[in-house]
Each structure stands twice: as C-alpha cells, then as structure tokens.
Ligand binder design. Structure first.
Ligand code: BG6
Ligand code: MG
Length: 225
C-alpha cells in the first residue's frame, strides 16, 4: 500500500483567482489590436502558458504577428499583469486553501507548487504563502507546458518520491491530464462536466480536509491493487 508523500498544488484557480487579472491584461491587449474577447474565451486560457495564450488570442482576433512582435506583445501584457497583481494580498486566497496548507504543514507530507506561471513566486509572496511550500516548480523551471507532466514530475523528482505517492490539485483539464499521465492522483477544482478525467472533482477547497484527501487517495489505491 502506497503512502501519500506529497500534495502538488496548481496556483492560478486553486490557491488564488488570478484569472480575472490575466483577463483584464489580455483584453486590453486585444482591444489595442482592434478586437475584443470575453470571459468565455478567457476560459480557454486556463493553465495555458503565456506564449500559447497569446497565440490563441491572436487567432481569435484573426491577427498575425511575427515572432519578434509576439515577444514584445507578451512582455507588454506581462508588465500590465504584474502591475495588477502587485495589489494582491492574503484576502485573495481562495476559500479553504490556507486551512489545507496549514494542515499539511503539521504533517510530514510535502507541500509542492506546480504552476505554469512565471509569476508564481511573486504571487505566493504577495499573499503570504511562500513559506508553506517545500518545493516550488513554476514556468521558469520547465520547458514543456501542461498537459505534459513535467511541471509535476520535476517536483516529485526533486523530493525523490514515486509519482504514485503524489496527489495533484488542479483547476484545468490540461493539468488533470498531466497528473494522470504521471500516474498521480488527480483532484479537479471546478466543473465536473469539464474535469471528469480527474480521480475526484470538488467545487472548491472549502471544507476539504487533509483526511478527506487521504481517504480518497487510499481508496483509489485499494481499487487499483
Ligand atoms: C497559468 C494560468 O497558471 O499560468 C494561465 O492558468 C497563464 O492563464 C499561465 O497564462 C502563465 O502565466 P504567466 O504568469 O507566466 O504569464
Ligand atoms: Mg490553474
């Protein structure tokens, strides 16, 4: 029987709701280029890297740009995004996240971040959660985007633990697919219709205790063995 050794958290959409800031910054960029995009379109950008997000947005507006122009546009968007997130504080931690991080801190289970964002470390600082993590893997450490499992396997490898002793908490389908590919237990935060590939789907972390996660993890292991 496998022990649960680590819980890997995605950041955006699991610990904090930064999608709204990404949306404001991407929308401004789109508007400056002469088209609009709405919150429904913004859903498609969840868990998607900065460069890929830009490509999707340009496609939505039917706009083509050279690689050099794209680099400039992505940097411009990021400057705007960084000015928006600079005002973040602990009040923006999503319900249940802090309570769960505190519970994990009192055990010998590792707490890991697995985020596509290159701004992950600064966001953790702003909301006062940096010290809860034993290992941080973000967009600066990996070359392959979710659904490639790299962002999760790098963290597990750094800790020297088996992938099947890890739980991943994610809000994007790409992230759930990444966890499943690595053989990790996947928890989806959000809509069951969208995240049905996850081992367990919950609407949020509110009222979710470590013991709930442990029993789901052990039951899955029992079924598999
Ligand atoms: C992911 C977000 O966590 O990070 C995406 O869900 C975002 O929307 C991606 O594009 C990259 O973020 P950043 O901060 O490096 O631009
Ligand atoms: Mg996310």
């Amino acid at each position: 029987m496998k022990d649960l050794k680590a819980i890997i958290f995605d950041l955006d959409g699991v610990i904090v709701d930064t999608a709204k800031y990404h949306f404001i910054a991407w929308r401004k960029l789109a508007n400056d280029l002469g088209f609009d995009f709405d919150e429904h379109d913004n859903e498609k950008l969840k868990g998607v890297s900065r460069v890929e997000s830009l490509n999707l947005i340009l496609k939505m507006g039917n706009v083509s740009k050279t690689e050099e122009e794209k680099t400039m546009l992505a940097a411009h968007k990021n400057d705007h995004y960084q000015s928006l997130i600079a005002g973040m504080n602990e009040s923006e931690i999503l319900p249940g996240a802090l309570e769960l991080l505190k519970e994990i801190k009192n055990t010998d289970i590792y707490c890991v971040l697995g985020s596509a964002s290159k701004n992950a470390r600064r966001i953790l600082e702003y909301v006062g959660l940096f010290d809860y993590f034993d290992e941080i893997v973000d967009g600066t450490n990996v070359s392959k985007a979710k659904p490639d499992p790299e962002v999760f396997t790098v963290g597990a490898d750094a800790l020297g633990i088996d992938y099947d002793s890890v739980v991943v908490i994610e809000d994007s389908l790409a992230g759930i697919q990444a966890a499943n590919t690595a053989g990790m237990f996947s928890i989806g935060i959000g809509d069951e219709m969208i995240l049905n590939a996850a081992d367990w789907v919950i609407p949020s972390l509110e009222n979710i205790h470590l013991s709930d996660i442990q029993s789901r993890f052990f039951n899955k292991n029992l079924e598999d063995n």
